[in-house]
Ligand binder design. Sequence first.
Ligand code: AMP
Ligand code: MN
Ligand code: MN
Ligand code: MN
Length: 312
Amino acid sequence: MHQLLNADLHSHSNLSDGTLSPEALAQRAHACGVELWALTDHDELAGQARAQAAALELGLGYLSGTEISVSFAGQTVHIVGLGFDAQDSALQQGLARTRAGRLERAHAMAHGLAKVGIEGAFEGAQRYVRNPDLIARTHFARFLVDSGVCSDMGAVFRRYLTEGHPGYVPHQWARLGDAVSWITQAGGVAVIAHPARYKFSPSAEYALFTEFIAHGGQGVEVMTGSHSHGEQLRYAETALEFDLLASRGSDFHDPVESRSDLGSLPDLPGKLRPVWLALADKVAWPAATAAAGTASPSRSPAPTSVRAATAA
Ligand code: AMP
Ligand code: MN
Ligand code: MN
Ligand code: MN
């Protein structure tokens, strides 16, 4: 494995709020040139065995993954776990507890929407749900777009599903320290997902990073579908400042909705330590690749690499 491996370590299937099956996602990752993939469904491991089997069948390397919802300093923060033992019972139980309140929350969201004249949102959202354990705001957003209430997903979140709006219901997710421990005790690495998306003050963000590290967290996403070029540069510096491993993942949910396709993000800047090098012994490789002793084919750098921009 090497720095320029086409690794995509953040994506969602229809076992959480993505629209493709684990198998279809694996095929898309393969078609997009991904060499090492992780399915990271929200608070859920149900797709892991299928994702790994499909990846290996297609010749991709695979790392186990999940994205845990955490409440920290009054906001929801997402912690990606990579390379853990998906059979670990403490991790499985922690995720089951984290998922548990979603149905009740969904009923409360529908109640809030009904108050502003949007009837039947619970049943509407349910039509998009493939895993009864995992109803998410995304399913409501798809319903509101398809029923013509809003023209796109961004508008739904702005007008209905975020704090201060009618379909928003505050929720207590996992604690930061618990989420990090579940991942690390199961042999994995914890990574702060899409750090630029939180609305923290500089001091609250500093607290997030320092507490995350104190609990045993080791990584941060630098390349993610929701980071602008400036945010990629900023969190590359943050990774260096806190001596964190860096991750790269599209956060792909759907071919139409998602900004970044699988495997399409710029490579990590050369000065960063990719999380996949630290997880080399956790990667499942297809038998032929492993037997040949060539952990992955090499390729040339992605054309939009920020390496040049950050070299100075
Ligand atoms: P939940 O876990 O139910 O709170 O849903 C969170 C999910 O909503 C995220 O994982 C995203 O997939 C989606 N999401 C959040 N904000 C937005 C947005 N502004 N536009 C589109 N999708 C969003
Ligand atoms: Mn999502
Ligand atoms: Mn997320
Ligand atoms: Mn995600």
